[in-house]
Write a new protein. Structure first.
Ligand code: NAD
Length: 336
């Protein structure tokens, strides 16, 4: 575990995770491999660059030669790199399949060839699809509704198949919706906060009744760290324990921390394939690895709002062309 390759480490969750890893005494070297797509920013790593343990490599997980070279130099891999925005997956599903499925398989192949000691594949509760009632444990069927979730499901399955077929020590984490500092303002919490700080209205889909579980990014990172160190190969771990809220309830809380009122909210027609309710049972990671979230939602939202209010230089440039498509990724023939 002394050397760790983190893919997607310049993104939202990956950058929080890298900062956490760098503080650990038993981690000697962390390498970030990130293509710096529209969603990746070196600024997210900030003070991490002061650490002599960190190496940053700008590159694509679809680049088989680069991936092989880097994987050979590391004991463990934590794989965050992904196309992660559901709405974009409606318009550019090919990019989602390329990075989230083929990119994952390229990393797994390298992990198999070079005999890594641990491969953590970071995934999402969206793979379970909507649950009218009850909670999805790790054995619940995968019923993704949207191309993003389908590509993540396929990534999970190929990852687990490399454990079954070749014994690659893969563990999969599936977390609920993360929030915190440094998230791209296309995602709902920073989108609402940045609009409210600019004095613009925010829009609620449908009747605002969609239920999501909101997890502080540092709680998710703690869960992923536990899985990296003590998770069993071939196992899936749900990471939840945040707060279940309807869209309306979440909006109420965001309005409060941003000092705005309901006059700033407009209702719009529902997004396509908008799953009504996600709900996860995360007792496995709690019972087997001792995971417990510690962040309080109200405090976490206030801290997040404070950060967005004080760092317009980080998000304002990203709002200039919010609908710009991700650059099309070409898959080299050697990768096929
Ligand atoms: P993000 O979009 O903020 O970051 C993704 C990072 O991956 C970016 O830095 C981007 O440059 C990089 N990347 C994309 N394609 C790449 C490629 N082909 N090669 C190399 N790097 C590439 O995403 P996030 O919100 O930090 O999510 C990280 C992971 O966690 C993803 O796998 C996502 O599916 C999963 N996840 C996210 C959430 C959430 O609420 N954000 C919840 C559950 C699971």
């Amino acid at each position: 575990m002394d050397t760790v390759l983190v893919t997607g480490g310049a993104g939202f969750i990956g950058s929080h995770f890298v900062k956490r890893l760098l503080k650990a005494d038993d981690v000697a070297r962390v390498t970030v491999l990130d293509a710096l797509t529209y969603a990746g920013h070196k600024e997210n790593l900030g003070e991490a660059f002061l650490s002599p343990k960190l190496t940053f490599v700008e590159g694509n997980i679809l680049d088989t030669a680069l991936v092989s070279e880097l994987v050979a130099e590391h004991a463990a891999i934590v794989h965050f790199a992904a196309e992660s925005h559901v709405d974009r997956s409606f318009f550019e599903a090919g990019n989602f399949l390329a990075t989230n499925v083929l990119g994952t398989q390229i990393l797994l192949d390298a992990a198999h060839r070079h005999g890594v000691t641990k491969f953590v594949h970071v995934s999402t509760d969206e793979v379970y699809g909507p649950l009218p009632t009850g909670k999805a444990d790790e054995l619940y069927p995968l019923r993704p509704s949207v191309p993003y979730a389908a590509s993540k499901s396929a990534g999970d399955l190929i990852a687990l198949s490399y454990f079954q077929t070749y014994g690659v020590p893969v563990s999969v984490t599936r977390s609920s919706n993360n929030y915190g500092t440094g998230q791209h303002p296309e995602k709902v919490i920073p989108l609402f906060m940045t609009r409210l700080f600019k004095g613009e209205p925010v829009t609620l889909h449908g009747r605002g009744e969609h239920v999501r579980n909101w997890l502080h990014v540092e709680d998710n990172c703690r869960g992923i760290d536990l899985v990296l160190r003590s998770g069993h190969p071939g196992e899936v771990y749900n990471i939840g324990g945040g707060t279940d809220l309807t869209g309306k309830e979440l909006t109420e809380k965001i309005l409060r921390v941003c000092g705005a009122g309901w006059e700033s909210v407009a209702y719009v027609s529902d997004r396509r394939a908008n799953d009504l309710r996600y709900a996860m049972d995360w007792s496995k990671i709690a019972d087997s690895l001792g995971y417990h979230p510690v962040h309080d939602l109200e405090e976490g939202l206030a801290q997040t709002a404070h950060w967005y209010q004080n760092h317009p230089e980080r998000w304002a440039p990203l709002l200039r062309n919010p609908h710009a498509p991700t650059a099309q990724i070409r898959v080299a023939p050697a990768a096929l």
